[in-house]
Design a protein around this ligand. Sequence first.
Ligand SMILES: NC(=O)c1ccc[n+]([C@@H]2O[C@H](COP(=O)([O-])OP(=O)(O)OC[C@H]3O[C@@H](n4cnc5c(N)ncnc54)[C@H](OP(=O)(O)O)[C@@H]3O)[C@@H](O)[C@H]2O)c1
Length: 309
Amino acid sequence: MAITVGIAGITGKFARELASALLKYPDVTIKGYCRDPAKVPETLSSKVQLTKGDAFDTSAIRSFVAACDVVVCCYLGDGKLMVDGQKALIDACAEEGVPRYVASDWSLDYTKLKLGELFPKDPMIHVKAYLDAHDKVKGVHVLVGMFTEVFFSPRFGTFDAASATFKFWGTGEEVWEATTYQNAAEYTAAVCVDKDAVGVKKLVGGRATIREIAESFEKVYGVKLGLESQGSVDELYKHMHELRQKDPQNIFSYMFLFFQYYMINGQTFLGPENDNGKYPQVKPVTWEDYLRSVPKDQLLSAISNVGSV
Ligand SMILES: NC(=O)c1ccc[n+]([C@@H]2O[C@H](COP(=O)([O-])OP(=O)(O)OC[C@H]3O[C@@H](n4cnc5c(N)ncnc54)[C@H](OP(=O)(O)O)[C@@H]3O)[C@@H](O)[C@H]2O)c1
């Protein structure tokens, strides 16, 4: 069945992976929305209908969403973009009769968080509430845990390649849920073409403890990683709040610690049950599958290759 998918923020990493996953389906038309169409790689721009506009240009947004069967928001930015920018898209969907809107989520289960606990997820809580109260547009929320590429990136601070060590908080027995960008895009594409898919969809590549990830690392690369606990989960809570209090503007000094805390304390787990079985055409990419797909010396930089379509 022919379907038209609108992707807002088509210049982004996830958006480019999503467009590429959607193009594997027959009869899919893609419309893309962005501030600067020159940033869309030519391999993609030749296959999508692009509309230029900023996040608050209501008439450009209306012409972008017109005739779409589903609109997917792939924005990542400040609170105003993530809340008001998404509301502008949702309102345009209502005006143009677009029945489904996939929110810019792809995260741990933020529906179990209170506002203020994991501050970068507050906008998602607001947008979900806005969609839940909407009578014309149905919200879709694809929850995937963390992106596997983020876990291995230097900013996350857990994988120390120089000393071949995992530096983690807790006991090492806490479960980590993750999905690669590409795998999350494959699942999201499957959700887009499934016209009945609405509400929360838990689609997860893999679940493993730090110790199990280290075992996979040794199996795949033949290197035994050191395991170094930085402290207990309670000590992590204290440490991240101290860093925030000391220098609130320096968000990157503590933001990933907040993510780690709300993942390993179990509060935002998706599984063990999930919705993967609804989309058997997508193969979940586990932690070990991911390691097999990336040369060891490219683990730190793999995130910068995401979206090279
Ligand atoms: N679970 C995880 O571990 C994890 C990690 C990362 C991201 N995510 C989620 O994945 C999604 C996409 O992230 P990503 O990594 O693909 O992000 P990204 O590569 O940084 O892309 C962000 C997109 O937002 C657009 N954007 C930013 N500020 C804007 C503004 N003021 N007005 C209009 N557009 C603006 C960018 O457009 P320009 O090119 O014009 O700047 C770009 O298209 C988000 O929902 C994010 O929360 C999840």
